[in-house]
Design a protein. Sequence first.
Length: 423
Amino acid sequence: MDAHEVNRARAKLSLFVADVFASVPRKDQRAKGDCYLRGLMLDGRRKSIQPMAERLPDGNEQNLQQFVNQSTWDPLPVRRRIARRMVPRVGPDAWAVDDVSFPKDGKMSVAVAHQYCGALGKQANCQVAVSVHAVSDTASCPLQWRLFVPQEWADDPVRRRKTGIPYEVGHREKWRLALDTIDELAGWGLVPPVVVADAGYGQNADFRDGLEHRSIDYVVAISSDVTVHPHDAQPAAPAWSGNGRKPQPRYRGRPTPVAALAAGHGRQAFTGVTWREGSCGPMRSHFLALQVRPAGIKSRRLAQAAADPGSWDGVLPEVTLLVEWPDGAEEPTDYWLSNLPADTPVVELVRLAKIRWRIEHDYRELKHGLGLDHFEGRSWTGWHHHVTLVTAAHAFLTEQRLSPKADTADSPSTRSSTPSRTC
């Protein structure tokens, strides 16, 4: 947004800030929040504090630095208010679980480590945060964030003390952080209609089991080498000799990788599905849905643990395998598992599987348009304050887009953050 557009939105922004920052006790802090949000939304290549302060007529670098890095205001009630405000506005068809990386130099930015960096597509020095987004076909919004703390940071009291990581925060796997976040949102009175996630989460049996135990439906991506049994396969136990422990029932046939199972049905088994209108026309491909039972030691142990002691019959849970075989491809390319009812229409499964495209729009706007990854501080407090303020700016712009009087596709909130696409 240019300066004129920001000024034109000042009145609406003031009302928004008064609502979502109502938990911030001091009036001057809320005013700094308003100023910071305008800095994030104002046109400019860098959205770190110094260049934002220089662009704002009321910008004061020292005040903004103190507000973000040292001030004691709690970001959690602000995020809670944003989430409660935005969920009914977005009307989500699903919640998307994902993680986002922030490339960094040095070793002292909070939770930075040499790890896989999605932003660069390789191992690199970065921070990683797990996020949960409310998504529909027309809008989306981050609901909550968790900064991933690598094991090396959990065991490093010097860096923890210097960056202010709370005593109770330690290393926790990303899939556990995602479930923790979903539990936290449930405590705020928010429950997902369906959870969608990429294969980094979807092929993790513990993650899927965690959603099952919370009675949450999911459509999650998996890799082609995940193995399954056919839905009609039956476990069997060898005859007991009378000596030792009775043998447990198991599937005697070898499980099949989903790639081999899908390809074995042939292209003729796949149905053409159009799931939404894209910028270059209808989005269309060919899909097949099959009932299967995910295999593997972890799946078996989880199913056994869920059964009453001594009563497990060896039957693994049945889920739907969704497979995509695009035109021009020599074999299937993408795979998902879902615990939605077996009679769920394929077109609905496809729409939910593909709805994660919305969070790519989120990240593009959050990073390139609003400076999510431009924060130059090192502390736990500063990082969480900045991410909360960026989330607030994104929520405000999303509301403006959803307003009946909002601008059209050339809305200033998307103009600088959404790249053009050549059809």
